[in-house]
Design a protein around this ligand. Structure first.
Ligand code: MN
Length: 266
């Protein structure tokens, strides 16, 4: 199967060039998310020419409040990518006092994405699941929302599914009972693998992007499905997601899918 890591912070590994080179050699499809617009250019430069690494433009909710001024740079850079992330809301204890400002920033990012014709958006929702869904629901033209490490209840997962959200799911999420419950409620045709490396861990070290494939046996157990069928499902999901028609002409040029040899550029 294709190696896919749809949420990874390539620029935050101790040796990002080495990880990018290894991922490129292994042919991993990576959505390389960023935490500020300022980091976008440098992170994009980590992707070697011809690699399957795509860089998303982000403003992480844990640091967004106080960086409203970076929204101007966000707007300026947005035409350069069809991917937005990491964005969202964080309602955990350390950040809940800024939730209002985070909400204003997320709303503006979704509006900018809508005005740009729609983007593929990787969203954080720790401690703010309902709030994130509420904000997303105000701007349905923003594009395709991919909820990363979404630890909602089964009911919240169903609400997100009805809103046509996707879900990126990693090893750490599937290792917890609550995470497995959430994943079990997700539509199988809207799940894609992620590591959230270097924050996503294998034991006590950061997960590598090519290890996102380790969700396959875990999903196989959860779905009582064989490994080949799970791998084929995830491949189909990835194709369907990146193939999603984008109204922006530049994005259509970027999206070249050659089914014959399984080569995808997205
Ligand atoms: Mn992340």
């Amino acid at each position: 199967m294709a190696l896919i890591d749809f949420h990874c912070h390539l620029d935050l590994y101790p040796d990002p060039h080495a990880v990018a080179a290894e991922a490129t050699a292994r042919g991993v499809y990576i959505l390389s998310v960023t935490t500020t617009p300022t980091a976008f250019a440098g992170t994009q430069a980590l992707a070697p020419a011809g690699s399957r690494i795509r860089t998303a433009l982000g403003l992480h909710p844990e640091i967004a409040a106080g960086r409203e001024h970076e929204l101007r740079l966000f707007e300026e850079l947005l035409p350069q990518t069809r991917y937005v992330g990491e964005v969202g809301l964080d309602g955990s204890r350390a950040h809940r006092d800024t939730l209002d400002r985070q909400g204003g920033i997320l709303t503006e990012i979704l509006e900018l994405s809508a005005n740009a014709g729609g983007k593929i958006i990787s969203l954080h929702s720790r401690g703010a699941v309902t709030a994130v869904l509420d904000v997303i629901s105000t701007e349905p033209r923003a594009g395709v929302c991919v909820l990363h490490w979404f630890n909602g209840s089964s009911r919240q997962v169903r609400r997100a599914s009805e809103m046509e959200c996707w879900f990126s799911v990693g090893y750490n999420m599937l290792a917890s009972e609550r995470g497995r419950e959430a994943v079990a409620a997700m539509p199988r045709d809207r799940i894609i693998p992620e590591t959230d490396g270097p924050f996503g861990l294998r034991g006590d070290r950061p997960a590598w992007p090519w290890e996102a494939v380790e969700v396959v046996p875990m999903l196989a157990g959860l779905w009582r499905e064989n490994l080949d069928n799970v791998a084929a499902q995830l491949d189909r999901n990835f194709r369907a997601l990146v193939e999603e028609p984008q109204p922006c002409a530049m994005d259509l040029v970027e999206t070249t899918i050659r089914r014959g040899n399984g080569e995808i550029r997205h």
